[in-house]
Design a protein around this ligand. Structure first.
Ligand SMILES: [Zn+2]
Length: 61
């Protein structure tokens, strides 16, 4: 039986090292982006499969 290989989508510019804890997939869509003073970017992502939401915080130096 051949295994199904999952390939990360890396063509959209939003590279994510993020894995959904609900279903284990890596397919998120960004719900909104917030810019905070100090170069902090908050991104709210939602899993396309199970709808679980994840908040990520990035600091741009
Ligand atoms: Zn999920």
């Amino acid at each position: 039986m051949p295994r199904v290989k999952r390939q990360p989508e890396s063509n959209s510019g939003q590279q994510v090292g993020l894995v959904c804890r609900g279903c284990g997939c890596q397919h998120f869509r960004v719900v909104y982006v917030k810019h905070r003073p100090g170069g902090i970017v908050l991104r709210r992502r939602e899993c396309r499969h199970c709808g679980r939401r994840v908040m990520t915080r990035e600091v741009q130096v």
